[in-house]
Ligand binder design. Structure first.
Ligand SMILES: *Cc1c(COP(=O)(O)O)cnc(C)c1O
Length: 401
């Protein structure tokens, strides 16, 4: 396997070209529009009953959505792409491939809302889930059962940035039962830094709300796959369950993809600079960034990924009071949920994004009161470092009540 200049897996050399051209060919429009039009019409004229061109009703299919779906498929070198009303909408469609009595195996350290959907919704339809630590692929796959129909992996994990050996997990799953659907949530890395289908996954899922859109102004989900059967069923569910995005949002995400490569490169640079700064800071206990040589799965990341995103997590020195004071003292970085936008965001997983995770599970995972997740944006990195430094100092000055 060849590596790129940073020692990571070789990058997709055609990525930017595909992001700019795939799905946007001018020849598909009578007007020869270079930028795909936003097709707001909910319905499409028929020549005679049930005799129509490509589209009939905008939930079932929409021209702007098709452009985006084709572009997303191309970025993953996939046959098919599908967009949903949100990342969790995409997850809902995937879980709906299963039936009552089926079992799912999931990595334990996953997006809070995904865990909530598995625990509180799927469970009610008698689809059970085992949550297990996924860093050790062999141990993880020991939880496979005869009725396991789907394996769910998020890598890196959220919020602890653990790295999964996706090729290894894929081969263990397929050796156990080749009909198990292997799903990878690739939201944190995007197809620019990780290509799960090439690594053995059957379905890739995205919260396009994050890096794919990258401008924090659209909520959307997406799926890519090479499997004809899964595609047919997921397309059916997109329409049958009504989990579709608006044409305007499709236009915005398609527009955002044009700069995905540039954004991801800069997110990586900025987040590494911040991570290195924080790692040497006396008021920080520990930094988790897969691009740091100190990260326990740094070598796995280099082998499986082409680079890292803007995500890192830190344990700051002190407890809840110091951590809250630190977060409130940030001036450039915004305290808000979500990630992957051009602006830097800070999150307190225990009280914010992962509040729906049961307290004992949070404790076991290491989601403690002094854990902070950072989504490093595209600002001048010197300003981010200065902001973190002053907020850390301010955090230590609080008087405990
Ligand atoms: C945000 C997120 C989701 C859910 O996506 P929505 O668009 O918010 O529904 C799923 N997985 C990961 C890793 C996420 O960060």
């Amino acid at each position: 396997m060849s590596t790129n200049e940073n020692g990571y897996r070789k990058k997709d050399l055609h990525f930017a070209t595909k992001a700019i051209h795939a799905g946007s060919e001018a020849e598909q429009w009578k007007s020869m529009a270079v930028v795909p039009p936003i097709s707001l019409s909910t319905t499409f004229k028929q020549y005679g009953p049930a005799d129509f061109e490509q589209y009939e009703y905008s939930r079932s299919g929409n021209p702007t959505r098709t452009c985006l779906q084709r572009c997303l498929a191309s970025l993953d070198d996939a046959k098919y792409g599908l967009c949903y009303s949100s990342g969790l909408g995409a997850t809902t469609a995937i879980v709906s491939l299963l039936s009552a009595g089926d079992h799912m195996l999931s990595v334990d350290d996953i997006y809070g809302g995904t865990g909530r959907l598995f625990r509180s919704v799927a469970q009610r339809f008698n689809i059970s889930t085992t949550f297990a630590e996924g860093v050790d692929a062999e141990k993880f796959c020991q939880h496979l059962q005869p009725n396991t129909k789907l394996v769910w992996v998020e890598s890196p994990t959220n919020p602890l940035l653990k790295v999964m050996d996706i090729p290894r997990i894929a081969s263990l799953i397929k050796a156990y039962n080749k009909d198990i659907i292997f799903v990878v949530d690739n939201t944190f890395l995007t197809s620019y830094f990780q290509k799960p289908l090439a690594l053995g996954a059957d379905i890739v899922v995205y919260s396009a709300t994050k890096y794919l859109n990258g401008h924090s102004d659209v909520v959307m989900g997406a799926v890519t796959t090479n499997n004809d059967g899964y595609y047919d069923r997921l397309k059916f569910l997109q329409n049958a369950m009504g989990i579709v995005p608006s044409p305007f949002d499709c236009y915005l995400v398609l527009r955002s993809l044009k700069t995905l490569k540039l954004r991801m490169e800069q997110h990586m640079k900025n987040s590494l600079a911040v991570a290195e700064f924080l790692e040497s800071h006396p008021l920080v206990e520990k930094v988790m960034h897969p691009g740091l040589p100190s990260h326990p799965q740094h070598e796995v990341a280099r082998r499986v990924w082409s680079g890292c995103s803007g995500m890192l997590s830190v344990y700051v020195r002190g407890g809840l009071d110091e951590t809250k004071a630190f977060l409130s003292a940030l001036k450039v970085i915004t305290l808000a949920e979500s990630l992957g936008g051009y602006e830097s965001l800070a999150d307190h997983p225990e009280l914010m994004t992962h509040a729906s995770v049961p307290a004992d599970v949070r404790k076991q995972l290491g989601i403690t009161s002094n854990l902070v997740r950072l989504s490093i944006g595209l600002e001048s990195v010197e300003d981010l470092i200065r902001d973190l430094d002053q907020a850390l100092q301010a955090g230590q000055k609080i008087k405990k009540s």
